[in-house]
Design a protein around this ligand. Structure first.
Ligand code: NAG
Ligand code: NAG
Ligand code: NAG
Ligand code: NAG
Ligand code: NAG
Ligand code: NAG
Ligand code: ZN
Length: 812
């Protein structure tokens, strides 16, 4: 228990210091009197609070501190002034100087820990034993049968893919001896040979289109282009349809205007894609469960039981290739089967290799033209290392977590993830400066450098699984930064509770866009915040633990240089020449991340907006209603995609509505004889959900109003005479109560059974789309039931959501 606990009265620092009391000695006496009373109350309160045992990480405690010597305004100034371009550049240079694949670079974890300690933040390495693969050998070749008859014919190698990225004189990283081979994380080993089929982006609907056209898929090899959905889901669907293996290439058509076809020079001389660049990446079935696939739902500690992995990772081999390697393979399809243009508009968009003679035929190739894919992966259970830094706060059970992953697919990783690593270092250095000046945070801050993100968000997922009971009680918010800078376009996704905090921070930081001097990041960005999907370390916090999360970063504008994602050319040299030459985006995003953190940590009343959440819930129900109407419309497939955003296209193509089920059951307006509900009764249920949400919305509004009043009152607390200390105590308890309501609001939306077929995902509002992976789906259980025309289950989900909404209402 804290002995020198100075309670929330430390928050007087938010008000500018004013010398209004002439009797300083008397005033100090009063402060001491109030403080001791509060210590008594709080000690009693905390004893109650922690009476039940909670598993708290060893390195974190609730010990109190003295009064902070740094006001909130001073803290903000430190956070704006400290991050430097030179330092960010220095950290970037360090992290990108050698390989740091998950579980392969302990010294980089130790270096990170030591740096954070040097900045003044107590840090430890937290290890897990996880099941992952490392590449051993691979081969991809196009084989053709030559000769007249069976007896004299033999297979000839028509093309042998290089499977390496070119070594460029102007990019030293590309020539590193320890550079990492091109491979897929969690890819299966195997040696498969078969005729080839082009499957477009490999989305669920692409495969449906192929089935509808009677293209034979079983026993064939797939070639898919990157884009749209998470790559593992391309492999998953191919596997389900009996395909042998999957080749995934990067089509320059998806790079927009900056392509060689349009006369733009490729990297390293220009901003277009280097033709030999390869996107490595994980093919885990991310939307089914992230983390170590052998320990779903519990931490991968040494010696724990291990589950079978069949449902979580592919059983067929896959390999990523460059478009240079893809050309001869795609060319082999020319003249075989229908063409992309015989299909719908989703097949003809961004076909960027026509000028190289590729006709984008679907295939399959005839039996005497086959592809051989040989993949040898070493699977092992091996330690990986998170670095966890902690600054103890004054309030024991209100914790803010800020994280970035450190592992990369390549020796470089200047964008992904080490622009984020450089940035988080600058943020920690900034808070370290504040600590040196005597700053005492109100809430505890935990900084995390995750390992194993790339394979499947492993380091963060295992850590959340281990500390779930504590996080459930204490974690107020999680803030993620993955790719901090790969272009100049600010991007954010967040739980709606946190939207206002992002607006406040981005409104206070100058935009790095040189043409708009004086404008804030918010002015230039415009304020669109996406819903939480998956694809980075916020997933376990948001979707499993119900902790409201934020993910921010600078991404490329269409006119920014092509970002060589997961390729050797995501290097320091690329960053310095094209990505963020002055490291100004690094500096800007460090300021934003720092301000968001400071806001969450040091403002007495947790700055959430419950109303923003209920407004969003209402909108999401409307989206479901729209979806329902368009599913019932006979023109559902006649959208003009040129008017759709990339996100909309992804969500349409990643929906798992089976084409054959369309227009069968949906149009009935009466419940079926067997009791199956109809679309009409389902619509009625949605209306009642609106009703529940509007009830919650009223309570949310009054909570926000109360919070505002309390924030105002605490700002003026030092205007109260000492003999009003009972009022002060009441105020502090009121703040405590509001803060607890805000803290736990997001948890109301957890459903312990989880989503259908993917029980790890507990959140009823947010999850990655089942067949998109990255993109966020809202009300996933409900939407997936509609996709499957399973109205009974859709009704069940409306009920589950309704129960959560009511629970949230009772909680606030
Ligand atoms: C580990 O990372 C550091 C810093 O990036 C690098 O210098 C070193 O070569 C890496 N070690 C290995 C074994 O790859
Ligand atoms: C893989 O299969 C091909 C074709 O069947 C065969 O020629 C090759 O030797 C096999 N490679 C390995 C490493 O087993
Ligand atoms: C696919 O096969 C079915 C049944 O064999 C046939 O009715 C249908 O017309 C075929 N579709 C196409 C596009 O060839
Ligand atoms: C937090 O406080 C506890 C108990 O006083 C101490 O053991 C721990 O080292 C502190 N942690 C940090 C990161 O300061
Ligand atoms: C800079 O801002 C202007 C005005 O908002 C915008 O049109 C332009 O695309 C931005 N350019 C860059 C490189 O950020
Ligand atoms: C369509 O309705 C029938 C009978 O009501 C039911 O058995 C079948 O599962 C439904 N199909 C779908 C796709 O929901
Ligand atoms: Zn990343």
């Amino acid at each position: 228990m804290p002995t020198e606990y100075t309670p929330l009265i430390t928050t007087v620092r938010v008000a500018p210091h004013r010398q209004r009391y002439p009797h300083n000695v008397f005033r100090r006496f009063c402060t001491i009197a109030i403080s001791s009373t509060l210590i008594y109350f709080f000690a009693a309160y905390l004893v109650l609070l922690f009476a039940e045992p909670i598993h708290i990480p060893d390195h974190i405690s609730w010990s109190g501190h003295g009064r902070s010597k740094v006001s909130y305004d001073e803290l903000r100034q430190i956070i704006l002034d400290t991050p430097s371009r030179e330092k960010a550049r220095e950290w970037s240079k360090y992290y990108t100087s050698g390989a740091h694949l998950a579980g392969k670079n302990y010294s980089q974890a130790a270096w990170t820990r030591d740096k954070w300690e040097e900045f003044g933040v107590k840090s430890d390495i937290v290890a897990y034993d996880v099941y992952i693969n490392y590449p051993k050998d691979h081969r991809l070749a196009l084989l053709e049968k030559k000769g007249e008859d069976e007896a004299s014919s033999s297979w000839k190698v028509a093309f042998e893919a290089s499977l390496v990225e070119d070594v460029l004189d102007k990019d030293p990283t590309s020539g590193l001896k320890e550079s990492i081979p091109t491979f897929h994380g969690y890819s299966a080993s195997g040696n498969v040979t078969g005729p080839l089929v082009y499957v477009n982006y490999g989305t669920f609907q692409d495969f449906e289109d192929l089935r509808k056209a009677n293209i034979s898929l079983g026993g064939k090899m797939a070639i898919a282009r990157y884009g749209g959905i998470f790559r593992g889901l391309k492999v998953k669907r191919a596997q389900e349809l009996g395909m042998l293996g999957v080749i995934i290439y990067t089509d320059p058509g998806d790079d927009g205007e900056l392509t060689e076809e349009k006369g733009v020079k490729p990297y390293p001389d220009g901003p277009a894609r280097q033709a030999s660049s390869v996107q490595r990446g994980s093919v885990q079935f991310l939307s089914f469960a992230p983390g170590d696939p052998t320990t779903p739902g519990y931490p991968s500690k040494p010696g724990v039981p291990r589950a079978p992995v069949d449902a979580a990772i592919p059983s067929i081999p896959s390999i990523p290739i460059s478009y240079l390697d893809a050309l001869p393979i795609l060319k082999a399809l020319n003249g075989h089967g229908p063409k992309a243009k015989d299909f719908n508009q989703y097949w003809t968009r961004n076909t960027g290799l026509k000028y190289k003679g590729i006709e984008y035929n679907i295939g399959p190739t005839p039996d005497d033209v086959v592809v051989n894919l040989y993949n040898e992966q070493e699977y092992t259970t091996t330690p990986l290392w998170n670095v966890i830094g902690v600054i103890n706060g004054t309030i024991p059970d209100e914790v803010i977590i800020v994280g970035n992953h450190r592992d990369a697919w390549i020796a470089g990783g200047a964008g992904d993830p080490n622009s984020g690593s450089a940035v988080i270092n600058e943020v920690i250095r900034s808070f370290g400066e504040a600590l040196k000046l005597g700053w005492k945070p109100l809430r505890t801050v935990v900084f995390a450098s995750w390992d194993g993100e790339e394979y499947g968000l492993i380091g963060s997922t295992e850590w959340v699984e281990e500390y779930l009971p504590w996080l459930d009680k204490a974690n107020v918010a999680y803030v993620n930064i993955d790719v901090g800078a790969s272009g100049r376009h600010f991007k954010a996704s967040a739980a709606p509770l946190l939207n206002e905090i992002i607006y406040a921070a981005t409104g206070a930081v100058k935009s790095p866009n040189q043409t708009t001097a004086g404008q804030s990041v918010l002015d230039v960005w415009g304020g669109k915040i996406s819903t939480m999907g998956s694809g980075s370390d916020f997933t376990a916090f948001q979707d499993f633990a119900g902790i409201p999360s934020i993910d921010i970063g600078f991404n490329p504008y269409p006119e920014d240089a092509v970002y060589h994602y997961h390729s050797n050319y995501d290097s320091f040299a690329w960053m310095e020449k094209f990505g963020d030459p002055e490291f100004v985006c690094h500096q800007t995003i460090a300021q934003i991340l720092g301000l968001i953190t400071a806001h969450l940590v040091d403002v007495p009343v947790i700055p959430f907006s419950a109303k923003a959440y209920t407004d969003a819930l209402d909108r999401y129900v409307e989206q479901v209603e729209d979806k329902l109407d368009s599913a019932l419309s006979p023109h559902a497939n006649e959208l003009d995609i040129s008017s759709l955003s990339e996100e909309d296209i992804t969500s349409i193509r990643g929906s798992h509505r089976l084409t054959s089920q369309l227009s069968t059951n949906q149009t009935h307006n009466h419940d079926h004889d067997d009791g199956t509900p109809s679309a009409a009764s389902f619509k009625k249920a949605l209306r009642s959900l609106h009703h529940k949400i509007s009830h919650l919305s009223k309570k949310a509004k009054s909570l926000d109003t109360q919070a505002k009043a309390l924030a105002e009152a605490i700002n003026h607390i030092d205007e109260l005479p000492w003999w009003k200390f009972p009022k002060i105590i009441r105020l502090i308890f009121a703040i405590r109560s509001v803060n607890t309501k805000y803290k736990l609001l997001e948890r109301s939306f957890l459903y312990s059974e989880g989503l259908d077929g993917r029980p790890w995902f507990k959140h009823v509002v947010f999850a990655p789309g089942l067949w998109t992976g990255y993109a966020g789906a809202v009300f996933p259980g409900l939407v997936e039931s509609i996709d499957a025309s399973d109205w009974a289950n859709a009704l069940r989900w409306v009920d589950i959501i309704g129960v959560c909404v009511e629970r949230a209402g009772r909680g606030i």
